[in-house]
Design a protein around this ligand. Structure first.
Ligand SMILES: [Zn+2]
Length: 703
């Protein structure tokens, strides 16, 4: 769901408008029936070494996103006269109106080692792949990617080729090689990486009336973080639970095993969070129990001025005292930690999260984020992680769950749907039972149902937030009962008559936003509507900043980009140089809008929609200061304001006796320079202190 907004609504998306390489065969297009043709139609260097080929195997994987079936991948294995095995994958799926197709071919020698590999097409709605790996006569390899300099590598004796986020065939071949080579702990991935595969036990499942035993393994090093895969007793891939290149939940199951996916997704979440908390012990610091932090400045989140030379005492999960050293005694028996030259802030909140993988928990804590609002997920996956963390067993921030609901149509997402009036009560009851605090409406909800959904949600004590559904504008959404809106971009939709935006050129749409006057209709009405009903906005400015600026500019603005795990680099291309001037002007309007809303008394809350995990939350606060908020107000937008709108302000969000011991310690003074929020030196979540550098390493980031 991250960055979905760019395609559905944002009028400025550069990536969407850029042509992307497509499989050469026109047949490699939309439909499932075409995927056979696509596999046959690809003629990479990998094929054609020998005319006579013997069919060995065909495997069909059903592809899912958020457990919703979206397409199919067909893998064919053939062997030539020389004993080389060629494996070709062809996949096609529909994701929210976008067609994603990819073709890939691997050739393995009789020794099982790869000879060459080629992949061509899209790996997600917003990422493309066009790469080739070839083995040279001297045994070395060349990896060529369009737009990048070739990489030459000489691998050690055993190695594998895989392509990151897609296709599923790459993972099947990787795991078959792992089994064939006697299950080594790690394998070398060309050109220069390591894949770690760990057995996570065998379980029995019932599928289509038969009992089967599957082996669960975790794979790290192909995509960011850990993927979960299940193998049959022949060592062949049965299912994968992972994410795609947009960070969205992505699942694949071999024909005959689709019914197992919900159970496997739950197991992946539970096992992942158990694994992470094992690994996370290395990041724990200091003692639990009674702790006094001494000598830092205190910004307590209430809006009161900074207290210089303060003492903050917590006992287990609760803060017991906070104030100036002179008037705040340190209790006998407290472990005293001197933190001069730093500032203690309440633990930060990310009000637009999607916890799709457990590593995010480590990244969030490392960034000082101790509470997140999950705005869309597989319900069983995120509630499982939430409950584990609530029980004190996981590693990660506290998770507040908003249940995502979509309607009908080609762009609809996920499996929780309200298509008719009759669906409303059962869906809302299900979300309430799952402990959701909010209902998040997505883009394909029928506008005619929004008021009834809002009334039903409010009766059940849940708020209504999210996207403004297609066919509705933000003023109508607020009138129908919205309590909060995600993404500042929706606030500019009333500049366009119904249906008009789709007919305008990208340039014309962008110009209208860039030239919009916030003091005139319709935007002045939008500001009034938010202010009069105190509707909350999670603007996701940092996300739009990344989308509306070039890669070079983004590298300058967001230092976190330089610290990303290898697998995530290159996913943040941003605007093209040709469009950067207009995109930048549009972004300036977004900033101005957030400033105006704040001055009008609208609750603004910091949220990232993932973006650059952890780091983008800091960027949100920097952007708030650019938008005209004081540094104090920016900090409150990620602490006390979200706590208040979520109705949790009596428990958390400020540093006061009785509140949850969720704290972040930063070097320097973020009130003097908001950029100091990035300098996190210690994080305390529910009374446990963590070393952020170690947490970043666990999350596979450079600290
Ligand atoms: Zn989102």
């Amino acid at each position: 769901m991250s960055r979905l907004s760019l395609f559905a609504f944002v009028l400025t998306c550069a990536a969407a408008c850029r042509p992307s390489p497509q499989p050469a065969s026109p047949a490699a297009a939309a439909t499932e029936s075409a995927t056979d043709a696509a596999a046959g139609g690809l003629t990479p260097a990998a094929s054609g070494r020998s005319a006579k080929r013997e069919a060995v195997e065909t495997t069909v994987f059903h592809l899912h996103k958020f457990l919703q079936r979206i397409g199919v991948e067909r893998d064919t294995y053939t062997r030539d006269g020389a004993g080389d095995l060629e494996a070709k994958a062809s996949f096609g799926f529909q994701d929210r109106g976008s067609q994603v197709t990819l073709a890939a071919a691997f050739r393995l020698g009789p020794d099982g080692l790869p000879r060459d590999y080629q992949a061509w097409g899209r790996t997600s709605r917003m990422s493309t792949i066009d790469e080739r790996v070839t083995r040279e006569a001297d045994g070395s390899f060349t990896q060529s990617r369009v737009g990048e300099a070739p990489v030459h590598a000489t691998p050690p004796a055993a190695y594998v080729i895989a392509s990151g986020y897609a296709p599923i065939l790459a993972q099947d071949l990787l795991l078959r090689a792992w089994v064939a080579r006697g299950r080594p702990a790690t394998m070398t991935l060309l050109p220069a990486a390591t894949v770690t595969i760990e057995a996570r036990g065998k379980q029995e499942y019932e599928v289509e009336g038969k009992r089967v035993t599957l082996e669960h393994v975790s794979v790290r090093g192909l995509v960011w973080g850990r993927e979960d895969a299940w193998l049959d007793d022949a060592g062949r891939l049965v299912a994968v639970v992972t994410r795609d290149a947009e960070f969205d939940h992505f699942e694949a199951a071999r024909e005959g095993f689709v019914a197992l996916l919900p159970e496997l997704v739950s197991r992946a979440g539970a096992d992942g969070v158990a694994w992470l908390s094992e690994v996370g012990r290395s990041a724990l610091q200091g003692s639990a129990g009674l702790v006094a932090l001494v000598g830092a400045d205190l910004v307590d989140g209430t809006g009161r001025a900074t207290v210089r030379d303060a003492v903050v005492v917590y006992d287990g999960e609760k803060i017991v005292a906070a104030g100036p050293r002179a008037s705040t005694p340190i209790p006998a028996g407290a472990a005293t930690i001197e933190v001069p030259g730093s500032t203690i802030l309440p633990g930060l909140w990310d009000m637009h999260a999607h916890v799709q993988q457990v590593e995010q928990g480590a990244a969030y804590l490392a960034a000082g984020v101790t509470t997140v609002r999950d705005l869309g997920n597989i319900l069983e996956f995120v509630t499982g992680i939430r409950d584990t963390i609530d029980a004190g067993q996981g590693l990660g921030p506290r998770i507040l769950v908003s249940g995502i609901v979509d309607g009908d149509g080609p762009r609809a997402l996920g499996t929780v749907r309200i298509k008719t009036r009759e669906d409303i009560a059962p869906v809302l009851d299900r979300l309430k039972r799952a402990g959701c605090l909010e209902v998040k409406l997505y883009s394909s909800i029928a506008p005619s149902l929004v008021r009834a959904i809002a009334e039903g949600a409010h009766r059940r004590g849940m708020r209504v937030v999210g996207h403004v559904p297609e066919g509705m504008n933000v003023l109508e959404a607020i009138a129908a009962g919205y309590d909060g809106v995600s993404h500042v971009t929706f606030l500019f939709d009333p500049l366009f008559a119904p249906g008009e935006a789709a007919k305008l050129s990208r340039e014309a749409r962008g110009r209208r936003i860039a030239d919009a006057d916030l003091e005139k209709a319709p935007l002045a009405q939008v500001i009034r509507a938010f202010a009069s009903k105190k509707v909350m906005l999670d603007d996701t400015l940092a996300l739009f900043e990344l989308m509306n600026h070039t890669a070079d500019e983004n590298a300058r603005r967001e230092p976190g980009l330089a610290k990303l795990p290898r697998e995530l680099r290159g996913l943040f291309d941003g605007s093209s140089p040709a469009q950067a001037a207009l995109d930048g002007a549009i972004f300036e309007r977004y900033l101005a809008m957030v400033g105006e809303l704040h001055r009008a008394g609208v609750p603004i809350v910091a949220g990232t929609d993932i973006s650059v995990p952890g780091h983008s939350l800091h960027r949100e606060l920097e952007l708030y200061v650019q938008a005209g908020l004081s540094p104090m107000a920016a900090i409150q937008a990620a602490t006390s304001v979200p706590a208040r709108v979520m109705g949790l302000h009596k428990q958390v969000g400020t540093i006061e006796p009785g509140k949850r011991a969720d704290l972040v310690i930063v070097a320097g003074d973020p009130i003097a320079d908001i950029r100091n929020v990035r300098k996190v030196t210690k994080v305390v979540a529910r009374g446990r202190m963590y070393d952020p550098a170690e947490l970043w390493r666990i999350a596979e980031f450079t600290p």
